[in-house]
Design a binder for this molecule. Sequence first.
Ligand code: ATP
Ligand code: MG
Length: 654
Amino acid sequence: FFRALEQTGIRLNEPQIEAVRTTEGPVLINAGAGSGKTTVLTCRTAYLMLVKDVPPRNIVLVTFTRQAARQMKERLLSIPGVTQAMVKQIITGTFHSLARMIYFHKLTDPPRIMSEKQKEFMIEQITKELATGEQYEPETLLSLLAYLKNNLCVVGDAWVTEEVEGLKDDARRVLKRYESHKRENNLIDYEDLITGCIETLRAYPEYLAALQRRMAYIMVDEYQDTNIAQYEMIRMLSKESNLCVVGDPDQAIYGWRGAEPSIILRFPEEHAGCTRITLDINYRSPSGVVGLGNEVIRHNRKRFKKELRVLPGEAGLPKYFATRSVEKEAEAVLALIEQLVESGDYTHRDIAVLYRTHSTARTLYEKLLLSGIPFTTHRDDPTFYELSTIRPVLDFMRLSLDPYNEAALESILPCLYISKARYMKEIQIISIQQGVSYVEALRHLKALPSFQRRRLIEQVDWLHSIARLSPLQAVREIRNEAGGGYDKFLGSEQNGAVTYHKEMLRDDLFELEEAVKAFGTVSEFLSYVDTILIQKETRKKTQQAGQGVTLQTIHSAKGLEYPVVILIGAIDGVLPHSIAVDPEEKPDFWLHKKSEEKKDEAMEEERRLAYVAVTRAMKELYISSPQYFRGKPAGLSPLLLDAFNEAVKIPSSG
Ligand code: ATP
Ligand code: MG
């Protein structure tokens, strides 16, 4: 088997072979980036099927993202002897897809998963019904509930809320009503997939026993980012099976979403006779990059020391360039990409640009779009202007210019706390019968309570005035005034994989202020946006998916690798992100620890992010930092100081 593997270019080292061979009993592989953890899982799966004759249907492979699950299947297929038919039978997927399968199997009428908008609307209605003393932002309550579920404080009807500080009676009443409302209407949240699965397993012991028998070999990748609920699910399912988990606590970057890195550290205590394996050779990156990774993560205090070695080869020192502005940074990256491709050493596909938040990459995205260089974003990400945070702001502007714009009106109604489902029809009828615009029709809505009506009439006058402002003033007005302040309303719609904090959404609005600065009037700005959107559509038609340069956040690049990685926006305030490390910005239920401690913890998570970012590079790593960011001088990222000191500085035109 191992010789056959070598044909595919993979000659496993001693501990890797041990990991593949130790198929029975609990196994923990705790190892650094690029040391072959995922490779070992793939080889182990093949080994089980080809050498141990384990039927593929008895093997479970859990990955963190769908992209990783797909990659795992591809890698498996490249091993000689592994067939399509085998791969099809293996249970491969994310925690959520596995949970959904188990949970829905027992239901004749599976529930529907609610969208963020639906969830927020339901919370608003309930808050009104219950007439709570305090006004809660739906977004805050919902992230609290998700937090409770991820920590198994809420499973079905069972509430263990005593464990959560700061949950006021009113908030609990709203959330309880919300839960029962959902149940009555056969609706669920995303988090309910996991808790629903656990409930099902608890309710049907025979079903559980059957699953336990079937799932004889369970393997989990990226185990450092599991949360309590996911842990419980795996714990129940793996009672009878041979559980193998792999992970790297230094790459735990989903703490803000409830992941609990102590779970991986407790594994040996909870599994008697556990085999522990450490892999310490990095096969992915040149020594310069591995050295930088080691240096970056070394500064975290709460960690188990492990250093990665590399086999002899080229040094591949990281390269660093500074530019004056974000604009210049984007131009430099474009030039770099062209140069790399012209050299003949790389194709566009070999290159990835990574960034801390989506909004950091707005300028680059637009320049790439207009340049014609092929590129892809993760799962067809929306452009900046289509983000759920940004779109309504633009729609306020659009309506101001064109009060008959129906789509724009529909998009902003929720921000004015007006139900689309209930009033859109009436607005259309008023508009036709009285011959007025959609915006004017808002003045005549009948069924609204009088206080809301008065407010709405004021808003109509205000809406008309936006078009006359400069685009920057317009954005600021909308943030402060629309429906009592758009900032307050700000939704939490997820765009594909959730890659950043809900609080971070506000960051998008600062970027929007940056984006509009170049324009004199609202209509000039909106026509630029149209150009970008049209360009995007054209590109979609002409370009195949998965081709070209990859643009993605560091969060979504976890576990992946690229020959060339360009990390942009390596400045203080972006990496580490100022909102993420400022405890004041987080709701107080987030972590019940003292502020300073929270801050340290957040900073360590940002450092792990920097570690994940730099360790994605297989041949070359470039790091860039603009000297000015959103109008202010920007310092170099303190997390990457070693890179700036030791890296090769390359001059750039900016
Ligand atoms: P991460 O922590 O980023 O998830 P990982 O530990 O899962 O990384 P892999 O993705 O499995 O690491 O491996 C990193 C790279 O090293 C891959 O390109 C893989 O093919 C290669 N690799 C792993 N082991 C070997 C080996 N023994 N010989 C040659 N190449 C290897
Ligand atoms: Mg991996």
